[in-house]
Every structure is written in C-alpha cells, then in structure tokens.
Design a protein around this ligand. Structure first.
Ligand SMILES: [Cu+2]
Length: 279
C-alpha cells in the first residue's frame, strides 16, 4: 500500500489540529540537492516511502513538554532539502518538497514554514505525539527522515468540544472564482462557497465530526494517490486557497475543490471544478 498520508485511522482518541497551512512559498533552507533519487521505495512495512534526502530537527515541542495552553507551537528546521510548497501536488522534483505534521498518527496539514502551531481542539488531556515528516511534491512521506516528539496535554482551560451537526442536508461546495475559461498566470486565488458544511481549521486531523471539515484544491485529477492527494495543491479551512502555478505547465487545466472530513477523506459527491487557461 501507499503510505501517502496517514492511514485514516486516527489513532485512538481525538487529536490535534493546527492553524494555518503551508505558509510561505519558499522555505529558507535551500541547500544542495541530494544525490539520491526522489523515487519512492517500498519499505519493510509494505508502504511506499519517499527518499527525499531531507534531514529534519525539531526544537519545539521539547520532549516531555507539559502543555497547559490549547495550542502546541512547533519549530522545525529542514536541511538537505528545498522546502517549497509552491510545487505541492505537481510532478516530483528531486530534492524539493515540504513536511507533514501528524498528531497521534493523523495528518494535520502540510507545512513549509519552520514555525507552526497545532490546535488541541477535541483532543483529550494526556500524552500525545507529533510526527514531523518530510514529503515529496506528490505527498509521499519520507518515513526514514521523520522525527517524533511526545508531550503531555494538561489544559488549564479546556476547550469546549466541537460536536457534530445533526442535519440531513447534503453538503456541497461551489467554486466562485476564477470564472470558467479565465486565463491565469503565476498564481491565483481559488475561492469557494460551502453549503451545509462548516469549515474548521482547529479540526484538521481530528476525529471526524459530522458536518465539519475543510477542502482540498487539486489539479487535473482527484483520484491519484492516497485519497486523491497526489495532485493536491494544498488545503484550506477558509473560503479561498492561493494556487501557485509554479509546477503546472501552460495550457488548459482543471482545478478542483473537494470537501473533506477532518481525516482528509473526500465527502462523496461534494466537489466542483473549473477549467482555466494557464499561461
Ligand atoms: Cu504533502
């Protein structure tokens, strides 16, 4: 099997979430391109694993931290690898990618900046583990280079849990702009409107909560890789996503917006697409 993103599973209890996604376009580390090929290799577990050449060091959280706040700050340095979210979801480039953060085995998001924060919304007090995993542009994890850090969540002021919305109304998502047939160049904002669905940044990677989630922006396919994520440009818990065309060749391309649950599983039938001319 592919180990693109964490297997659905969210590990036992609920887990964390994070704030913003892939922040800056380019990371600060711009070291040398590794000599190793970026081709995925079969690992002993039978999962695909990328070989990015990346080395990663985590300065936050510190191991064994007792967290009384409701958000865990993270600080990660990546070297021997160019961290650049502009190419996410496009064909692999050797030595270029980003990193994923998982909370208790569940993917929160992809990141490019050193610093981020993981929300503990809907996470039970106790011991939890964050994993920081370099990934290639097609989102295949490089498990050999992953780093894990455990911390204890002991909230001083626990968050009220977000619970499901009881509704029989079918969720959907619609792309508002750009308009079909528009010409785009460099980058553009893909803006959407959800219906019968709440976006929640805090619930990224948490247990599924009916009626809540986020959306993925894909290019040209919604079916490649684990849960369609091989061609995922990025994800958003708001009404827009800034699409980079850095890795997309000129010509006609289809851009998709797909409603996703907290575990990054697509909501059946809830997607929209627009065909644009990339110049
Ligand atoms: Cu990724």
């Amino acid at each position: 099997m592919y180990r693109k993103w964490p297997q659905t599973a969210l590990a036992a209890a609920g887990l964390a979430l994070v704030a913003a996604g892939c922040g800056g376009s380019s990371g600060k580390s711009a070291p040398k391109v590794p000599a190793k090929p970026a081709k995925p290799a079969q690992s002993s577990s039978g999962m695909m694993s990328a070989n990015t050449g990346a080395r990663l060091s985590v300065s936050l959280p510190r191991p064994g931290t007792v967290l009384t706040a409701n958000s865990e700050p993270t600080d990660v340095r990546v070297s021997h690898f160019k961290v650049d979210c502009r190419f996410a979801g496009t064909a692999n480039r050797m030595g270029v990618g980003h990193y994923h953060i998982e909370l208790d085995g569940s993917l929160v998001n992809m990141f490019c900046k050193d610093r981020a924060a993981v929300s503990l919304q809907n996470v039970k007090p106790g011991k939890h583990t964050l994993a920081f995993i370099p990934a290639d542009d097609e989102h295949t994890d490089d498990m050999k280079a992953a780093k894990k850090v455990s911390f204890v969540y002991r909230p001083a002021h626990p968050l009220k849990a977000i619970t499901g919305e009881k509704s029989s109304a079918k969720p959907s998502i619609r792309i508002l702009s750009p308009k079909p047939g528009s010409t785009v160049h460099g980058s553009f904002d893909l803006t959407v409107a959800p219906k019968n669905f709440e976006f929640s940044c805090a619930l990224y990677g948490k247990k599924d909560v009916p009626g809540y989630g986020h959306w993925h922006a894909n290019v040209d396919s919604t079916r490649k890789g684990m849960m369609g994520m091989e061609t995922m440009l990025g994800m958003s818990c708001g009404r827009s996503f800034h699409v980079s065309l850095a890795g997309i060749k000129p010509g006609r391309h289809t851009f998709f917006a797909i409603l996703e649950d907290n575990q990054h599983a697509p909501t059946p039938g809830a997607q929209d697409s627009v065909v644009l001319n990339v110049r």
